[in-house]
Write a protein that binds this ligand. Structure first.
Ligand code: TXA
Ligand code: MG
Length: 535
């Protein structure tokens, strides 16, 4: 399709271009138009065939409804009915402007627009070009943001041309969008009214008119599996750059401390004031305390990250206050709700011998975690003076202790491994002692503000998993593990295989770990640890 470009600098001087765009819309074509929020992809809302072309141009799922754009708030009754009284005061204050209200729909709104819902989203843009085009078209215009589905919304004409050239009849250039994020969406078809999407018009401003307004859970959180979305758009991955984006929690100091400990990012998304501290390529989002520059910059910044070829990006966490809620809503979605550097926690790491637990733990240590090695604690609990020794002597005979009070490991091993029963008695004495010490150290580390990692071959068998915020199983194929053990321990192949077989019970249990890390080529441990947000 040949896409015409109309550059409109002034609505009256360029009236012919406005009329040309309106004529295409009346003829059932799709035209990208500027609004004060983001560019929209418009079509005649009363023509289902025209509306279908929007979904095709965007690659948008059919069950995601569109906003209907009107030239004046006075026309609201032409598309909606059963309008609650207080809607009018709200519209008098904020419309025209970046506010969308959801109301019971009139039957003339086709299902293609409302995606089969009995409600319609309505908005009156304040952008003079959008307003002139709607007036000239003489019909309400259905318009989603003019990006390819899933990508950041376009806030300048170049973004629209990048996504839509060849897919729509025309693009109207009306300059950069002032708000930079989409309109605030509030449903008045629900009681109490509910904020579905935060924008430049804030929840606090809306509460002057809607004191009982509630903020939908999906504004800042991913939907739980099976949870229905109040607004279908919230269930889709959104605003995503191609780069993998992660939000690093905490203030500036916490962010840069984290970056120093974790080298995996190849670019940063930061505030203006952070720029002098950045030692990697970075893109800025405006100043920390200026959410309106952040909204204006946000989608451009996300697209810029792709332009510089960033693969893994760590972003500062914006404030959630006022307009900041809208910034966080978009940024958290763009990051797929992946957060790093949360409050310190206990991480359990297990895996069969040779799987490479130590490599994983060494990397976690590099990221600032305290590693608690249960093999080492197992040796500590049988050192002279430990209360475990008398208990062992009672269970297995006084002669397991040498005259100097140290443990005669050979004798103990001979007795403890003589039968499954005896082995169990040994575990029943040593495991609780090992767990108690490991958990005590972990708690102390967490209390001191560090992540704690319990490295435990028997994490699940010993029940330590129940104490961990995250459990990690490190895996590698059998032949890889065998080769590693032979190279590391210098034992015979038969002996190595015997050790591997002895771990079968734990291996089965640990399949329920939260994260399974593949520690063998071509997989990289560092990316997986970042991707799983383990730390
Ligand atoms: O600023 C904006 O609102 C821009 C400009 C172009 O006007 N438009 C825009 O449209 O952002 P779109 O389609 O990208 O986002 C509309 C959101 C979606 O999340 C959709 O699910 C929701 O509004 N929505 C539309 N109709 C709805 C309805 N009847 N009930 C609940 N949510 C609805
Ligand atoms: Mg959109």
């Amino acid at each position: 399709m040949n896409t015409q470009i109309f550059r409109v600098a002034d609505v009256s001087a360029d009236a012919d271009k406005i009329e040309a765009a309106a004529a295409l819309l009346r003829a059932g074509e799709v035209v990208a138009v500027p609004t004060e929020t983001v560019y929209g992809l418009a079509a005649n809302a009363l023509d289902p065939d025209a509306v279908k072309k929007i979904f095709i141009a965007k690659g948008r799922p059919q069950d995601n409804p569109l906003i209907v754009h009107l030239a004046s708030p006075d026309e609201i009754g032409t598309v909606a009915e059963e309008i609650p009284e207080r809607t009018y005061a709200l519209l008098r204050r904020f419309s025209p402007g970046p506010l969308t209200v959801i109301l019971k729909k009139r039957s003339r709104i086709p299902d293609a627009v409302s995606a089969g819902l009995d409600t319609v989203a309505v908005r009156v843009p304040s952008h003079p070009v959008a307003n002139a085009i709607i007036r000239a078209a003489g019909v309400p215009l259905a318009a989603p943001s003019a990006n390819l589905s899933g990508f950041p919304s376009p806030t300048c004409v170049q973004d629209v041309e990048d996504d839509m050239t060849g897919r729509v009849a025309a693009i109207v250039d009306g300059g950069d969008c002032a708000c930079g994020i989409e309109s605030t969406v509030v449903t008045l078809a629900a009681d109490p009214p509910r904020l579905l999407r935060p924008g430049v018009i804030t929840a606090e401003q809306l509460r002057e008119f809607l004191p009982d307004l509630v903020i939908d859970d999906a504004v800042l959180h991913p939907l739980a599996e099976g949870q229905a979305a109040a607004s279908p758009g919230m269930k889709y991955k959104h605003y995503s750059p191609k780069a993998q984006l992660y939000i690093v929690r905490g203030d500036r100091q916490a962010f840069f401390d984290y970056i120093r400990r974790n080298e995996t990012a190849d670019a940063l998304l930061v505030f203006e004031e952070d720029a002098p501290l950045c030692e990697k390529p970075f893109v800025t989002l405006g100043r920390t305390k200026e959410p309106l520059t952040q909204t204006a910059r946000l989608f451009t910044a996300l697209r810029e990250l792709d332009r510089i070829g960033a693969k893994t990006v760590f972003a500062r966490e914006p404030s959630k206050e006022g307009v900041g809620l809208g910034v966080c809503n978009r940024l958290f979605r763009a990051a797929g709700f992946r957060f790093l550097n949360g409050p310190p926690k206990l991480i359990g790491v297990c895996g069969q011998t040779g799987a490479g637990k130590s490599t994983v733990c060494a990397y976690l240590k590099k990221l600032g975690a305290e590693i608690i090695d249960t093999d080492r604690i197992a040796r500590e609990v049988v050192s002279p003076g430990s209360p475990v020794l008398p208990a062992l002597a009672e269970a297995f005979g006084g002669d397991i202790l040498l005259p100097d009070g140290t443990l005669d490991r050979k004798t103990l091993a001979a007795r403890a491994f003589s039968s499954p029963d005896a082995a169990e008695r040994l575990s029943a004495i040593t495991h609780p002692a090992i767990c108690e010490i490991a958990l005590g150290r972990a708690e102390a580390a967490v209390a001191a503000g560090k992540n704690a990692v319990i490295d435990a071959p028997l994490l699940f068998t010993a029940g330590l998993d129940a104490h961990c915020a995250v459990t990690v199983k490190v895996t590698a194929p059998e032949n890889v593990r065998l080769a590693r053990i032979l190279a590391r321990d210098g034992i015979s192949e038969a002996e190595a295989k015997k050790r591997m077989a002895a771990q079968a019970a734990e291996d089965a249990l640990s399949d329920r770990a939260d994260c399974i890390l593949k520690n063998f080529p071509p997989y990289g441990i560092e990316e997986q640890i970042t991707a799983f947000c383990i730390i």
